[in-house]
Design a protein around this ligand. Structure first.
Ligand code: PLP
Length: 371
């Protein structure tokens, strides 16, 4: 066995698709002494986390809580609880995370109907309506912000279509919650899930989700037991509710961190936060265009929280990322799936979304590309 010194890792400028940078207040909250998960003081923290999550989701849904696990755990909770074998689910697939939803749904026995679109494009209400008319489904699932492509599918108005055809609307808002407008109650979204480490600027480890009345009723009417013990929402809601019935041990320090991260969102105000993300994205796009780079997604569907940039001809994309990291301490990400080697992905989320970071990145890229 080796002998090791104290952990000594650098503080990076995180401009990838997540995790984003974590504000010092959140790191300090994480360092608070650990307490028991049924300690009355921790129960208060749980209630506050739920209250603050309702604020960022813009909902009054009682069933709003963070799943212990990352965004994928929250995604899987939504599939495991609302799909029974043989149920039909219509999934909009315009990037990697739509694919992942198909994979998860099929593992739980769903009949998966894919609605495919080229990567980088967004869905419009008419094509969703046409697909549901052709073949109704129990659930319509859409990825609000597709992190693999940088495209935004507007979900305002999609619930009306889903409900008209007897479907529940499930929305992946992993790269949108807290960074771009998302109004669960006003838009009548039935089920939504997200993560802690992107626009909320908390470390990875919790997956906030919210479930509306229609979906909750469907959950309570299931004929079969939820096949995943850890993600069974009927048990998790009793753990997070008045009863605090033991189901698992909530990650204490992560919940301290999330409470602080959400408090900071509330402190800034959602509208101000959306505006900051949009303004900084505009500034990044202009900076990148000024040095000759092209954005992959047309302006009308472009995500402010994650920008996908086309790699210029003849540039070694991995070498550029390596130099950004080693010489400038900046992380950006490569493309994956069918965009591997073709794009970079640049995140401006939460605490990372700052003009000083944009200036650093654009000038570093300009220097590296000039060589
Ligand atoms: C749109 C989307 N959905 C789901 C996930 C999965 O989240 P996690 O990596 O936190 O498990 C991600 C992660 O980047 C994502 O971008």
């Amino acid at each position: 066995m080796g002998s090791y010194s104290d952990l000594n890792t650098p503080e990076r400028i995180l401009l990838g698709p997540g995790p984003s940078m974590v504000p010092p207040q959140v790191l300090r909250a994480m360092a608070h002494p650990v307490m028991g998960h049924l300690d009355p003081q921790f129960l208060t923290v749980m209630n506050e986390v739920q209250d603050l999550l309702r604020y960022v989701f813009q909902t009054k849904n009682p069933l709003t809580l963070p799943i212990s696990g990352t965004g994928s755990a929250a995604m899987e909770a939504c599939i495991a609880n609302f799909i029974e074998p043989g149920d039909r689910i219509l999934i909009g697939v315009n990037g990697y995370f739509g694919e992942r939803l198909c994979d998860m749904a099929s593992r739980y026995g769903a009949v998966v109907q894919r609605l495919d679109k080229p990567w980088g494009e967004a869905f419009d209400p008419q094509e969703i309506e046409d697909a549901l008319r052709k073949q109704p489904a129990k659930i319509l699932a859409l990825v609000h912000a597709e992190t693999s492509t940088g495209a935004l599918t507007p979900v305002d108005g999609m619930a009306e279509i889903a409900h008209k055809h007897g479907a529940l609307l499930l929305v992946d808002c992993v790269t949108s919650l807290g960074g771009i407008p998302l109004k669960i109650d006003e838009w009548d979204i039935d089920i939504a899930y997200s993560c802690s480490q992107k626009c909320l600027s908390c470390p990875p480890g919790l997956g906030p989700l919210t479930v509306g009345a229609r979906a909750r009723e469907a959950l309570h009417k299931r004929k079969t037991k939820v096949p995943n013990f850890y993600l069974d929402l009927s048990m998790i809601e009793r753990y997070w509710g008045e009863e605090h019935a033991y189901h698992h041990t909530a990650p204490i320090s992560m919940n301290f961190a999330l409470r602080e991260a959400l408090r900071l969102v509330q402190d800034e105000g959602l509208e101000n936060r959306y505006k900051r993300h949009q303004q900084n994205a505009n500034s990044l796009w202009k900076g990148l265009e000024d040095i000759g780079l092209k954005m992959f997604v047309p302006l009308q569907h472009r995500l402010p929280t994650l920008t996908v940039v086309t790699i210029p001809e003849g540039v070694d994309e991995a070498d550029v990322r390596k130099r950004l990291l080693n010489e400038y301490n900046i992380e950006i990400a490569s493309g994956f799936g069918m965009l591997k080697g073709k794009v970079w992905r640049i995140g401006l989320m939460g605490y990372s979304s700052r003009q000083e970071n944009i200036d650093l990145l654009v000038s570093a890229l300009a220097r590296i590309l000039a060589k």
